[in-house]
Design a protein around this ligand. Structure first.
Ligand code: PLP
Length: 483
Protein backbone atom coordinates (compact mmCIF):
# COMPACT_ATOMS: atom_id res chain seq x y z
CA UNK A 1 0.00 0.00 0.00
CA UNK A 2 1.37 3.39 -0.89
CA UNK A 3 1.40 6.67 0.96
CA UNK A 4 -1.88 8.40 0.14
CA UNK A 5 -0.42 11.87 0.56
CA UNK A 6 2.64 11.32 -1.56
CA UNK A 7 0.89 9.09 -4.08
CA UNK A 8 2.19 5.73 -5.28
CA UNK A 9 3.36 4.36 -8.56
CA UNK A 10 0.96 4.86 -11.44
CA UNK A 11 -1.27 2.00 -12.51
CA UNK A 12 -0.73 -1.05 -10.38
CA UNK A 13 -2.08 0.29 -7.10
CA UNK A 14 -4.60 2.80 -8.44
CA UNK A 15 -7.86 2.17 -6.65
CA UNK A 16 -6.36 0.56 -3.55
CA UNK A 17 -7.30 2.25 -0.29
CA UNK A 18 -4.49 4.62 0.51
CA UNK A 19 -2.94 4.12 -2.92
CA UNK A 20 -3.43 5.48 -6.36
CA UNK A 21 -1.19 7.89 -8.16
CA UNK A 22 -3.07 10.95 -7.05
CA UNK A 23 -3.93 10.18 -3.43
CA UNK A 24 -7.45 9.12 -4.35
CA UNK A 25 -8.17 7.58 -0.96
CA UNK A 26 -7.49 10.74 0.95
CA UNK A 27 -9.40 12.98 -1.49
CA UNK A 28 -12.50 10.78 -1.53
CA UNK A 29 -12.35 10.30 2.24
CA UNK A 30 -12.25 14.07 2.75
CA UNK A 31 -15.32 14.51 0.55
CA UNK A 32 -17.14 11.65 2.30
CA UNK A 33 -16.26 12.70 5.85
CA UNK A 34 -17.27 16.28 5.21
CA UNK A 35 -20.58 15.27 3.57
CA UNK A 36 -21.44 12.78 6.30
CA UNK A 37 -20.56 15.25 9.08
CA UNK A 38 -22.91 17.78 7.49
CA UNK A 39 -25.62 15.15 7.04
CA UNK A 40 -25.42 14.15 10.70
CA UNK A 41 -25.39 17.77 11.92
CA UNK A 42 -28.40 18.80 9.82
CA UNK A 43 -30.22 15.62 10.88
CA UNK A 44 -29.60 16.28 14.58
CA UNK A 45 -30.77 19.87 14.16
CA UNK A 46 -33.83 18.72 12.16
CA UNK A 47 -32.87 21.13 9.36
CA UNK A 48 -33.99 18.51 6.83
CA UNK A 49 -37.14 16.38 7.12
CA UNK A 50 -37.10 12.66 7.80
CA UNK A 51 -36.98 10.66 4.59
CA UNK A 52 -39.93 9.18 2.73
CA UNK A 53 -38.52 6.94 0.04
CA UNK A 54 -39.76 7.27 -3.54
CA UNK A 55 -40.79 4.09 -5.37
CA UNK A 56 -37.75 1.80 -5.72
CA UNK A 57 -37.46 2.05 -9.55
CA UNK A 58 -37.50 5.85 -9.30
CA UNK A 59 -34.66 5.84 -6.77
CA UNK A 60 -32.57 3.47 -8.89
CA UNK A 61 -33.00 5.98 -11.71
CA UNK A 62 -32.30 9.07 -9.58
CA UNK A 63 -29.02 7.63 -8.33
CA UNK A 64 -28.12 6.33 -11.83
CA UNK A 65 -27.37 2.98 -10.22
CA UNK A 66 -27.75 0.81 -13.30
CA UNK A 67 -25.74 3.01 -15.62
CA UNK A 68 -22.99 3.58 -13.04
CA UNK A 69 -22.37 -0.12 -12.46
CA UNK A 70 -22.46 -0.93 -16.17
CA UNK A 71 -20.53 2.03 -17.56
CA UNK A 72 -18.70 3.41 -14.51
CA UNK A 73 -18.33 7.18 -14.54
CA UNK A 74 -17.96 8.01 -10.87
CA UNK A 75 -14.72 9.89 -10.27
CA UNK A 76 -13.41 12.32 -7.70
CA UNK A 77 -15.40 15.21 -9.23
CA UNK A 78 -18.66 13.36 -9.79
CA UNK A 79 -18.53 11.69 -6.38
CA UNK A 80 -19.50 14.72 -4.27
CA UNK A 81 -22.83 15.57 -5.96
CA UNK A 82 -23.67 11.88 -6.28
CA UNK A 83 -22.98 11.30 -2.56
CA UNK A 84 -25.23 14.23 -1.64
CA UNK A 85 -28.07 12.65 -3.59
CA UNK A 86 -27.40 9.28 -2.01
CA UNK A 87 -27.47 10.78 1.50
CA UNK A 88 -30.68 12.59 0.63
CA UNK A 89 -32.27 9.17 0.13
CA UNK A 90 -30.93 7.63 3.31
CA UNK A 91 -32.73 7.29 6.64
CA UNK A 92 -31.61 10.04 9.02
CA UNK A 93 -30.99 8.02 12.18
CA UNK A 94 -29.71 11.03 14.12
CA UNK A 95 -32.93 12.99 13.44
CA UNK A 96 -35.21 13.68 16.45
CA UNK A 97 -38.29 12.55 14.47
CA UNK A 98 -36.68 9.25 13.37
CA UNK A 99 -38.26 7.01 16.01
CA UNK A 100 -39.12 3.92 14.01
CA UNK A 101 -36.59 1.17 14.56
CA UNK A 102 -34.02 -0.15 17.04
CA UNK A 103 -31.09 0.97 14.95
CA UNK A 104 -28.47 3.32 16.33
CA UNK A 105 -27.39 6.58 14.76
CA UNK A 106 -23.80 5.49 15.29
CA UNK A 107 -21.67 7.36 17.78
CA UNK A 108 -18.48 8.85 16.34
CA UNK A 109 -15.96 6.28 17.67
CA UNK A 110 -17.85 3.43 15.99
CA UNK A 111 -18.11 5.36 12.72
CA UNK A 112 -14.37 5.97 12.80
CA UNK A 113 -13.73 2.28 13.50
CA UNK A 114 -15.60 1.56 10.25
CA UNK A 115 -13.62 4.18 8.36
CA UNK A 116 -10.36 2.60 9.48
CA UNK A 117 -11.45 -1.01 8.99
CA UNK A 118 -12.93 -0.16 5.58
CA UNK A 119 -9.46 0.91 4.50
CA UNK A 120 -7.41 -1.86 6.04
CA UNK A 121 -9.87 -4.80 5.85
CA UNK A 122 -8.98 -7.19 8.66
CA UNK A 123 -11.11 -10.33 8.41
CA UNK A 124 -10.08 -11.51 11.80
CA UNK A 125 -11.59 -14.90 12.57
CA UNK A 126 -8.04 -16.20 12.81
CA UNK A 127 -5.55 -14.20 14.83
CA UNK A 128 -2.91 -14.11 12.12
CA UNK A 129 -5.41 -12.64 9.61
CA UNK A 130 -6.14 -9.57 11.74
CA UNK A 131 -4.23 -9.53 15.02
CA UNK A 132 -5.40 -6.20 16.45
CA UNK A 133 -9.01 -6.70 15.36
CA UNK A 134 -9.00 -10.25 16.73
CA UNK A 135 -7.61 -9.05 20.06
CA UNK A 136 -10.30 -6.35 20.27
CA UNK A 137 -13.06 -8.95 19.80
CA UNK A 138 -11.54 -11.18 22.47
CA UNK A 139 -11.46 -8.44 25.11
CA UNK A 140 -14.90 -7.09 24.20
CA UNK A 141 -16.47 -10.55 24.62
CA UNK A 142 -14.60 -11.08 27.89
CA UNK A 143 -15.93 -7.72 29.16
CA UNK A 144 -19.51 -8.57 28.10
CA UNK A 145 -19.38 -11.88 30.01
CA UNK A 146 -18.25 -9.96 33.10
CA UNK A 147 -21.23 -7.62 32.75
CA UNK A 148 -23.63 -10.58 32.63
CA UNK A 149 -22.13 -11.68 35.95
CA UNK A 150 -21.06 -15.22 35.06
CA UNK A 151 -18.26 -17.05 36.85
CA UNK A 152 -14.97 -18.10 35.23
CA UNK A 153 -15.42 -20.33 32.16
CA UNK A 154 -17.83 -18.11 30.26
CA UNK A 155 -17.05 -16.97 26.73
CA UNK A 156 -18.50 -16.14 23.38
CA UNK A 157 -18.06 -14.67 19.96
CA UNK A 158 -19.25 -11.70 17.92
CA UNK A 159 -21.42 -12.28 14.93
CA UNK A 160 -23.28 -10.42 12.18
CA UNK A 161 -26.49 -9.59 14.02
CA UNK A 162 -28.89 -10.78 16.67
CA UNK A 163 -30.65 -13.20 14.34
CA UNK A 164 -27.45 -15.07 13.60
CA UNK A 165 -26.62 -14.86 17.32
CA UNK A 166 -29.91 -16.59 18.21
CA UNK A 167 -29.20 -19.28 15.61
CA UNK A 168 -25.71 -19.82 17.04
CA UNK A 169 -26.96 -20.06 20.62
CA UNK A 170 -29.68 -22.54 19.68
CA UNK A 171 -27.12 -24.62 17.83
CA UNK A 172 -25.08 -24.76 21.04
CA UNK A 173 -28.21 -25.71 22.99
CA UNK A 174 -28.96 -28.42 20.45
CA UNK A 175 -25.41 -29.73 20.84
CA UNK A 176 -25.90 -29.89 24.61
CA UNK A 177 -29.26 -31.69 24.38
CA UNK A 178 -28.39 -33.98 21.47
CA UNK A 179 -24.60 -34.27 21.02
CA UNK A 180 -25.05 -36.59 18.03
CA UNK A 181 -27.27 -34.18 16.11
CA UNK A 182 -24.29 -32.78 14.18
CA UNK A 183 -23.54 -36.12 12.56
CA UNK A 184 -26.88 -37.93 12.80
CA UNK A 185 -29.38 -35.09 12.44
CA UNK A 186 -32.40 -34.63 14.70
CA UNK A 187 -35.15 -37.14 15.38
CA UNK A 188 -38.20 -35.02 16.23
CA UNK A 189 -37.85 -35.40 19.98
CA UNK A 190 -36.55 -31.91 20.77
CA UNK A 191 -38.53 -28.77 21.59
CA UNK A 192 -37.85 -25.10 22.26
CA UNK A 193 -40.06 -23.31 24.77
CA UNK A 194 -40.68 -19.68 23.78
CA UNK A 195 -43.45 -17.11 24.00
CA UNK A 196 -45.38 -16.22 20.81
CA UNK A 197 -43.84 -12.74 21.16
CA UNK A 198 -40.29 -14.05 20.79
CA UNK A 199 -38.26 -12.42 18.02
CA UNK A 200 -39.04 -14.14 14.72
CA UNK A 201 -35.40 -15.22 14.38
CA UNK A 202 -35.92 -17.75 17.21
CA UNK A 203 -38.70 -19.60 15.40
CA UNK A 204 -36.73 -19.34 12.15
CA UNK A 205 -33.60 -20.71 13.82
CA UNK A 206 -35.53 -23.70 15.18
CA UNK A 207 -36.70 -24.46 11.65
CA UNK A 208 -33.21 -23.99 10.20
CA UNK A 209 -31.74 -26.33 12.83
CA UNK A 210 -33.93 -29.08 11.44
CA UNK A 211 -36.32 -29.30 14.38
CA UNK A 212 -39.25 -28.00 12.37
CA UNK A 213 -41.26 -24.96 13.45
CA UNK A 214 -43.70 -27.25 15.25
CA UNK A 215 -40.97 -27.91 17.82
CA UNK A 216 -41.61 -24.45 19.29
CA UNK A 217 -43.91 -24.91 22.28
CA UNK A 218 -45.69 -21.64 23.07
CA UNK A 219 -45.28 -20.32 26.59
CA UNK A 220 -48.29 -18.65 28.15
CA UNK A 221 -48.05 -14.85 28.22
CA UNK A 222 -49.97 -12.12 30.03
CA UNK A 223 -51.91 -9.31 28.32
CA UNK A 224 -48.59 -7.50 27.74
CA UNK A 225 -47.07 -10.59 26.12
CA UNK A 226 -44.67 -11.31 28.99
CA UNK A 227 -43.98 -14.91 29.99
CA UNK A 228 -46.17 -16.03 32.91
CA UNK A 229 -43.72 -17.85 35.24
CA UNK A 230 -46.56 -19.63 37.04
CA UNK A 231 -47.59 -21.34 33.80
CA UNK A 232 -44.17 -22.81 32.95
CA UNK A 233 -45.02 -26.15 34.54
CA UNK A 234 -47.99 -26.43 32.24
CA UNK A 235 -45.82 -25.70 29.18
CA UNK A 236 -43.37 -28.40 30.23
CA UNK A 237 -46.26 -30.84 30.59
CA UNK A 238 -47.56 -29.94 27.11
CA UNK A 239 -44.05 -30.43 25.76
CA UNK A 240 -43.75 -33.89 27.28
CA UNK A 241 -47.30 -34.82 26.26
CA UNK A 242 -46.25 -34.04 22.69
CA UNK A 243 -43.46 -36.60 23.10
CA UNK A 244 -40.69 -34.01 23.18
CA UNK A 245 -38.00 -32.86 25.60
CA UNK A 246 -37.01 -29.19 25.92
CA UNK A 247 -33.74 -28.22 24.29
CA UNK A 248 -33.97 -24.59 25.49
CA UNK A 249 -36.30 -21.97 26.91
CA UNK A 250 -36.13 -18.44 25.47
CA UNK A 251 -36.99 -15.26 27.41
CA UNK A 252 -36.56 -11.62 26.36
CA UNK A 253 -34.87 -8.60 27.86
CA UNK A 254 -36.62 -6.81 26.38
CA UNK A 255 -39.28 -7.90 23.88
CA UNK A 256 -39.03 -6.36 20.42
CA UNK A 257 -42.65 -5.22 20.14
CA UNK A 258 -43.28 -3.88 23.63
CA UNK A 259 -39.86 -3.16 25.12
CA UNK A 260 -40.96 -5.03 28.27
CA UNK A 261 -38.84 -7.49 30.25
CA UNK A 262 -39.53 -11.08 31.23
CA UNK A 263 -38.97 -12.12 34.85
CA UNK A 264 -35.53 -13.67 34.44
CA UNK A 265 -35.16 -14.59 38.08
CA UNK A 266 -38.31 -16.74 38.20
CA UNK A 267 -37.80 -18.22 34.74
CA UNK A 268 -34.13 -18.92 35.47
CA UNK A 269 -35.04 -20.74 38.70
CA UNK A 270 -37.54 -22.90 36.78
CA UNK A 271 -34.95 -23.79 34.14
CA UNK A 272 -32.36 -24.68 36.78
CA UNK A 273 -34.83 -26.87 38.61
CA UNK A 274 -35.67 -28.79 35.43
CA UNK A 275 -32.21 -28.77 33.82
CA UNK A 276 -33.37 -26.72 30.80
CA UNK A 277 -30.94 -24.52 28.83
CA UNK A 278 -32.01 -20.94 29.65
CA UNK A 279 -31.48 -18.46 26.82
CA UNK A 280 -31.98 -14.72 27.32
CA UNK A 281 -32.46 -12.70 24.15
CA UNK A 282 -31.08 -9.38 25.43
CA UNK A 283 -30.33 -8.09 21.94
CA UNK A 284 -31.92 -4.78 22.81
CA UNK A 285 -31.79 -4.58 26.60
CA UNK A 286 -28.35 -5.85 27.63
CA UNK A 287 -26.69 -2.40 27.72
CA UNK A 288 -29.10 -1.46 30.55
CA UNK A 289 -26.64 -3.49 32.67
CA UNK A 290 -24.39 -0.43 32.37
CA UNK A 291 -26.91 1.92 34.00
CA UNK A 292 -27.03 1.51 37.81
CA UNK A 293 -30.63 2.75 37.81
CA UNK A 294 -31.76 0.22 35.18
CA UNK A 295 -29.70 -2.93 35.59
CA UNK A 296 -32.39 -4.31 37.92
CA UNK A 297 -34.55 -4.82 34.82
CA UNK A 298 -32.26 -7.73 33.97
CA UNK A 299 -32.15 -9.20 37.46
CA UNK A 300 -31.54 -12.94 37.13
CA UNK A 301 -29.65 -12.75 33.81
CA UNK A 302 -26.69 -14.42 35.53
CA UNK A 303 -28.80 -17.62 35.70
CA UNK A 304 -28.81 -17.82 31.90
CA UNK A 305 -26.89 -20.45 29.98
CA UNK A 306 -26.69 -18.06 27.04
CA UNK A 307 -27.32 -14.41 26.25
CA UNK A 308 -27.32 -12.45 23.02
CA UNK A 309 -26.39 -8.77 23.05
CA UNK A 310 -26.61 -6.41 20.05
CA UNK A 311 -24.17 -3.52 20.32
CA UNK A 312 -25.72 -1.92 17.22
CA UNK A 313 -28.86 -1.16 19.14
CA UNK A 314 -28.26 0.50 22.53
CA UNK A 315 -24.46 0.73 22.43
CA UNK A 316 -24.64 3.06 19.43
CA UNK A 317 -22.36 1.12 17.13
CA UNK A 318 -23.04 0.83 13.43
CA UNK A 319 -24.71 -2.36 12.20
CA UNK A 320 -23.87 -5.06 12.76
CA UNK A 321 -22.12 -6.05 15.98
CA UNK A 322 -23.86 -8.76 17.99
CA UNK A 323 -22.52 -11.02 20.71
CA UNK A 324 -23.23 -14.68 21.43
CA UNK A 325 -22.36 -15.25 25.07
CA UNK A 326 -22.44 -18.59 26.88
CA UNK A 327 -21.94 -19.50 30.52
CA UNK A 328 -19.74 -22.48 29.53
CA UNK A 329 -17.47 -21.45 26.69
CA UNK A 330 -16.76 -25.05 25.69
CA UNK A 331 -20.45 -25.54 24.83
CA UNK A 332 -20.05 -23.12 21.94
CA UNK A 333 -17.05 -24.93 20.50
CA UNK A 334 -18.79 -28.26 20.95
CA UNK A 335 -21.66 -26.91 18.85
CA UNK A 336 -19.59 -26.71 15.65
CA UNK A 337 -18.13 -30.17 15.30
CA UNK A 338 -16.69 -29.81 11.85
CA UNK A 339 -13.23 -29.14 10.50
CA UNK A 340 -11.82 -27.15 7.62
CA UNK A 341 -8.30 -28.51 7.65
CA UNK A 342 -6.74 -25.57 5.85
CA UNK A 343 -8.07 -23.11 8.44
CA UNK A 344 -8.58 -24.92 11.73
CA UNK A 345 -5.25 -25.99 13.16
CA UNK A 346 -4.98 -28.71 15.76
CA UNK A 347 -1.87 -27.16 17.23
CA UNK A 348 -2.56 -23.81 18.78
CA UNK A 349 0.84 -22.44 17.76
CA UNK A 350 0.37 -23.31 14.07
CA UNK A 351 -2.43 -20.90 13.28
CA UNK A 352 -2.81 -19.15 16.59
CA UNK A 353 -6.07 -18.17 18.22
CA UNK A 354 -9.15 -18.88 16.11
CA UNK A 355 -12.87 -18.12 16.33
CA UNK A 356 -13.89 -20.47 13.52
CA UNK A 357 -14.90 -23.25 15.89
CA UNK A 358 -17.58 -21.11 17.48
CA UNK A 359 -19.22 -19.10 14.69
CA UNK A 360 -21.17 -19.52 11.46
CA UNK A 361 -18.95 -17.17 9.49
CA UNK A 362 -15.58 -18.05 7.99
CA UNK A 363 -14.40 -14.58 6.98
CA UNK A 364 -15.81 -12.03 9.42
CA UNK A 365 -15.70 -8.22 9.63
CA UNK A 366 -13.87 -6.54 12.50
CA UNK A 367 -17.03 -6.24 14.60
CA UNK A 368 -15.12 -5.92 17.86
CA UNK A 369 -13.42 -2.74 16.67
CA UNK A 370 -16.77 -0.91 16.64
CA UNK A 371 -17.55 -1.94 20.20
CA UNK A 372 -14.01 -1.50 21.46
CA UNK A 373 -13.74 2.05 20.10
CA UNK A 374 -17.11 3.01 21.59
CA UNK A 375 -16.14 1.65 24.99
CA UNK A 376 -12.65 3.11 24.89
CA UNK A 377 -13.91 6.61 24.05
CA UNK A 378 -17.15 6.72 26.06
CA UNK A 379 -16.47 4.22 28.83
CA UNK A 380 -19.14 1.85 30.16
CA UNK A 381 -20.43 4.77 32.26
CA UNK A 382 -20.91 6.93 29.17
CA UNK A 383 -22.93 4.20 27.48
CA UNK A 384 -24.88 3.60 30.69
CA UNK A 385 -25.70 7.31 30.79
CA UNK A 386 -26.97 7.19 27.20
CA UNK A 387 -29.22 4.21 28.03
CA UNK A 388 -30.53 5.95 31.16
CA UNK A 389 -31.28 9.15 29.26
CA UNK A 390 -33.18 7.34 26.51
CA UNK A 391 -35.15 5.19 28.98
CA UNK A 392 -35.99 8.15 31.26
CA UNK A 393 -37.03 10.32 28.33
CA UNK A 394 -39.38 7.60 27.12
CA UNK A 395 -41.01 7.50 30.55
CA UNK A 396 -41.66 11.24 30.26
CA UNK A 397 -43.14 10.70 26.75
CA UNK A 398 -45.46 8.07 28.23
CA UNK A 399 -46.74 10.62 30.77
CA UNK A 400 -47.27 13.20 28.02
CA UNK A 401 -49.22 10.77 25.84
CA UNK A 402 -51.36 9.51 28.71
CA UNK A 403 -52.29 13.09 29.56
CA UNK A 404 -53.57 13.81 26.03
CA UNK A 405 -57.25 13.29 25.29
CA UNK A 406 -57.83 10.53 22.73
CA UNK A 407 -54.43 8.83 23.20
CA UNK A 408 -53.48 5.87 25.31
CA UNK A 409 -50.38 3.71 25.85
CA UNK A 410 -50.07 -0.06 26.03
CA UNK A 411 -48.22 0.15 29.36
CA UNK A 412 -45.71 2.13 31.34
CA UNK A 413 -42.48 1.70 29.34
CA UNK A 414 -39.49 -0.15 30.77
CA UNK A 415 -37.10 0.85 28.02
CA UNK A 416 -36.96 3.26 25.09
CA UNK A 417 -39.68 1.35 23.21
CA UNK A 418 -43.21 2.67 23.69
CA UNK A 419 -46.50 1.51 22.15
CA UNK A 420 -49.36 4.00 21.95
CA UNK A 421 -52.41 4.73 19.83
CA UNK A 422 -54.90 7.41 18.89
CA UNK A 423 -58.41 6.08 19.30
CA UNK A 424 -58.90 2.33 19.13
CA UNK A 425 -59.23 1.61 15.43
CA UNK A 426 -56.32 -0.61 14.32
CA UNK A 427 -56.50 0.51 10.69
CA UNK A 428 -56.33 4.15 11.78
CA UNK A 429 -52.94 3.51 13.41
CA UNK A 430 -51.64 2.02 10.16
CA UNK A 431 -52.93 4.96 8.10
CA UNK A 432 -51.56 7.51 10.58
CA UNK A 433 -48.10 5.99 10.37
CA UNK A 434 -48.17 6.07 6.59
CA UNK A 435 -49.48 9.64 6.45
CA UNK A 436 -46.82 10.98 8.85
CA UNK A 437 -44.11 9.38 6.76
CA UNK A 438 -45.63 10.65 3.48
CA UNK A 439 -45.65 14.16 4.96
CA UNK A 440 -42.00 13.61 5.94
CA UNK A 441 -42.81 14.64 9.49
CA UNK A 442 -42.15 11.53 11.59
CA UNK A 443 -40.95 8.00 11.00
CA UNK A 444 -42.69 5.61 13.43
CA UNK A 445 -43.23 1.87 13.36
CA UNK A 446 -46.35 -0.05 14.29
CA UNK A 447 -46.88 -3.42 15.90
CA UNK A 448 -49.53 -5.86 16.99
CA UNK A 449 -49.71 -6.75 20.68
CA UNK A 450 -52.24 -9.26 21.92
CA UNK A 451 -54.17 -8.96 18.66
CA UNK A 452 -54.41 -5.15 18.68
CA UNK A 453 -52.56 -2.66 16.49
CA UNK A 454 -50.42 0.05 18.11
CA UNK A 455 -48.11 2.80 16.96
CA UNK A 456 -44.62 2.12 18.27
CA UNK A 457 -41.67 4.40 18.91
CA UNK A 458 -38.06 3.42 19.50
CA UNK A 459 -36.35 6.43 21.00
CA UNK A 460 -32.78 5.94 19.77
CA UNK A 461 -31.59 9.46 18.89
CA UNK A 462 -30.29 11.72 21.66
CA UNK A 463 -31.87 14.61 19.71
CA UNK A 464 -35.46 13.39 20.35
CA UNK A 465 -37.07 15.62 22.99
CA UNK A 466 -40.42 16.38 24.62
CA UNK A 467 -40.90 19.02 21.95
CA UNK A 468 -40.58 16.31 19.30
CA UNK A 469 -43.28 14.19 20.94
CA UNK A 470 -45.53 17.18 21.50
CA UNK A 471 -45.24 17.91 17.76
CA UNK A 472 -45.95 14.26 16.98
CA UNK A 473 -49.17 14.26 19.00
CA UNK A 474 -50.28 17.53 17.34
CA UNK A 475 -49.54 16.05 13.90
CA UNK A 476 -51.56 12.91 14.69
CA UNK A 477 -54.55 14.96 15.89
CA UNK A 478 -54.37 17.08 12.72
CA UNK A 479 -54.08 14.10 10.36
CA UNK A 480 -56.65 11.77 11.94
CA UNK A 481 -59.93 13.42 10.81
CA UNK A 482 -59.08 12.96 7.11
CA UNK A 483 -58.14 9.31 7.61
C1 PLP B 1 -35.16 -9.08 20.93
C2 PLP B 1 -34.49 -9.15 19.57
N1 PLP B 1 -33.81 -10.25 19.22
C3 PLP B 1 -33.20 -10.37 18.04
C4 PLP B 1 -33.25 -9.34 17.12
C5 PLP B 1 -32.56 -9.53 15.79
O1 PLP B 1 -31.45 -8.74 15.73
P1 PLP B 1 -30.75 -8.34 14.33
O2 PLP B 1 -31.67 -7.36 13.68
O3 PLP B 1 -29.45 -7.76 14.76
O4 PLP B 1 -30.59 -9.59 13.52
C6 PLP B 1 -33.94 -8.18 17.43
C7 PLP B 1 -34.02 -7.09 16.45
O5 PLP B 1 -34.77 -6.17 16.54
C8 PLP B 1 -34.57 -8.06 18.69
O6 PLP B 1 -35.27 -6.98 19.03
Amino acid sequence: MTDARAGGPAGSEAGAAGGGEDGEYQRLAEVAVSAVAQYVAESQAAEKPVGAPPPLPELIETLQLRSLIRDGGLDADAFEPWLERMLDHSVRLHHPAEIAHQVAGPDVPSAIADLVQGGINQPMSIYEMGPAAHAMERVVVEWMCEQVGWPEGAGGVLTHGGSLANLTVLLAARGAAAPDAWTEGVDGSLAVLAPPSTHYSVRRSVAMLGLGERAVIDLEVDELERIVPGALDDALRRCRDAGRRPMALVAASCATSTGLHDDLEAIGAFCREHGIWFHVDAAHGAPALLSPAHRGLLRGIEHADSVIWDAHKMMRTSALAAAVLVRDEWRLEAAFRQKAAYLIYEEADEGGSSLLERQVECTKAALGARIFMTLAFRGPEGIGRYVAEQYDKTLRFWEMIEEREGFDCLSRPESNILCFRYGRDGQLQVRLREQLLRDRLFHLSSTEVNGERWLRMSVMAPATTEETVSGLLDAIEAAAPAL
